[in-house]
Write a protein that binds this ligand. Structure first.
Ligand SMILES: [Zn+2]
Length: 270
C-alpha cells in the first residue's frame, strides 16, 4: 500500500508567511486535528497539497512516521536555526535540554546537523538520559535538584568546558530556560521549542553584553518535514514510541502529565 504523512498546519495561502512557505506561522491557519474534524480521528479529509508520499519498500511503520509530523519536526526547525546562524560546528558544545518526545529527536538532529559539535543532554531522569545516550548524545547530565554551578561542574568534567555555545530547549519550563541562559558562552544562542511555561525572568546585562541570541521556533514548515522524512527514510533516525490503544487515551494523558511516558505516545487503531 501507499503510505503518506500529513503536514498538519494549513495556512490561508494568502499572507506573507504562507507565501514564504511558513504556513505554521499564518495568523489565519488551522491545524489538522485541532478543532477542524476533531482530534484523535482515524480518518481525516486532507487537501492533497498537505500530503507527503512515503516511497514503498521502506521499513517505516505508521507509528514511527506519525510523531515525525510534530515531535520529530519541531526540534528539527530549531536546530536548523542554530546551525544556519553558525552556532554549531567543531569545537562547539550544544545542549539538548529536556529529553521527552521532542528532545529524543533533538539529540539526533544535534548530531546530524551539528557539524562535529559535542552534544550534551540535560534531563531530570536517568531513564530519559539513557534514550539521549542511545540517540547519540556524547554526554548526559541529570539536572534534577541541581543548581547552575552543580550542572556547570558536571559539564566541565564531561566536556572540559564550563559553557555552552547553543541550547535547543525542549522542556519549556522557567527553570530549564534560565539554566540554559546561565550556561551560555559569549555569542551563545538558545532556541526554544518547548511550550510549557508562561514567563521567564532572564537578566538583561549578560544577554546584551555577551551578545546572546534567543530563537523562538514554532513547529516546522512543509519543506522542513520533507527533510525530516528524508532522514527517516534513509535510516538516520531512531524512534522512541509508546503505542497506545484508543481506549487508553485518558490514562496516557495522565501519564504524560506525570512525565511517565518515554518518547512519543502514538494512538494505534486496531
Ligand atoms: Zn497565511
Amino acid at each position: 500500500g501507499v503510505q503518506a504523512v500529513v503536514f498538519g498546519s494549513w495556512g490561508d495561502g494568502a499572507c506573507g508567511q504562507c507565501h514564504e512557505g511558513n504556513e505554521q506561522l499564518c495568523a489565519h491557519g488551522v491545524w489538522a486535528g485541532f478543532g477542524r474534524h476533531g482530534g484523535y480521528q482515524e480518518y481525516l479529509p486532507v487537501n492533497y497539497r498537505y500530503l507527503i508520499k512515503i516511497p514503498g519498500g521502506g521499513e517505516l511503520s505508521p507509528d514511527n512516521l506519525a510523531p515525525l509530523t510534530d515531535a520529530g519536526l519541531t526540534p528539527y526547525r530549531g536546530l536548523k536555526k542554530l546551525r544556519n546562524a553558525g552556532h554549531l560546528g567543531p569545537g562547539r558544545t550544544v545542549a539538548v535540554s529536556g529529553i521527552g518526545g521532542l528532545g529524543s529527536y533533538a539529540t539526533q538532529y544535534a548530531k546530524l546537523l551539528g557539524g562535529g559539535a559535542e552534544v550534551v543532554a540535560f534531563a531530570r531522569s536517568d531513564e530519559k538520559l539513557k534514550i539521549a545516550k542511545d540517540n547519540g548524545a556524547d554526554h548526559v547530565v541529570n539536572v534534577r535538584d541541581k543548581d547552575t554551578e552543580d550542572v556547570r561542574a558536571e559539564l566541565e568534567s564531561a566536556t572540559g568546558r564550563t559553557e555552552l555555545d547553543a541550547v535547543i530547549e525542549c522542556a519549556g519550563s522557567e527553570d530549564s530556560i534560565r539554566l540554559a541562559f546561565s550556561l551560555l558562552a559569549a555569542e551563545g544562542a538558545v532556541a526554544s521549542v518547548g511550550l510549557i511555561g508562561n514567563r521567564v525572568d532572564i537578566p538583561l546585562f549578560p544577554l546584551v553584553a555577551r551578545e546572546y541570541t534567543f530563537y523562538g521556533s514554532f513547529w516546522g514548515n512543509y519543506n522542513d518535514l520533507t527533510e525530516v522524512l528524508a532522514l527517516a527514510r534513509t535510516g538516520q533516525l531512531k524512534h522512541s514510541v509508546t503505542r497506545v490503544r484508543f481506549d487508553d487515551v485518558n490514562e496516557t494523558l495522565e501519564a504524560i502529565a506525570r512525565g511517565d511516558v518515554l518518547g512519543r505516545a502514538v494512538i494505534v487503531y486496531d
